[in-house]
Design a protein around this ligand. Structure first.
Ligand SMILES: [Zn+2]
Length: 99
């Protein structure tokens, strides 16, 4: 009984390997990238962009979702912020402070 179970396990492993090999040749990397792009586009639809405006009184950024972000140095781009850490939406700067 034990050896029979072992044999069926081995044959299942072999089937899995075959499927994997077939999958590799049937699915070029391009398809994976398309799926990734689609997933990113879908994500944008789910999460609305978040508008950030600079609050000069507190030297921090007010997010339209209610979050507040203080950077020790630099602005949003200089701190490599692309998405709002509070709501996950893509950050849109509504007021640019040059000085
Ligand atoms: Zn937000």
């Amino acid at each position: 009984m034990k050896s029979k179970e072992m044999k069926s396990f081995e044959s299942r492993m072999f089937d899995a390997q075959k499927t994997l090999q077939l999958g590799d040749s049937a699915m070029p990397i391009v398809h994976f990238n398309d799926a990734l792009t689609l997933a990113k586009e879908a994500d944008k639809l789910v999460k609305p962009p978040c508008e950030w405006s600079y609050d000069e009184d507190t030297c921090s950024w007010d997010a339209s979702c209610g979050g507040k972000q203080l950077f020790g140095e630099g602005d949003i781009k200089e701190n490599h912020y692309t998405f709002c850490p509070y709501c996950g939406g893509q950050i849109e700067e509504t007021k640019h402070v040059s000085d």
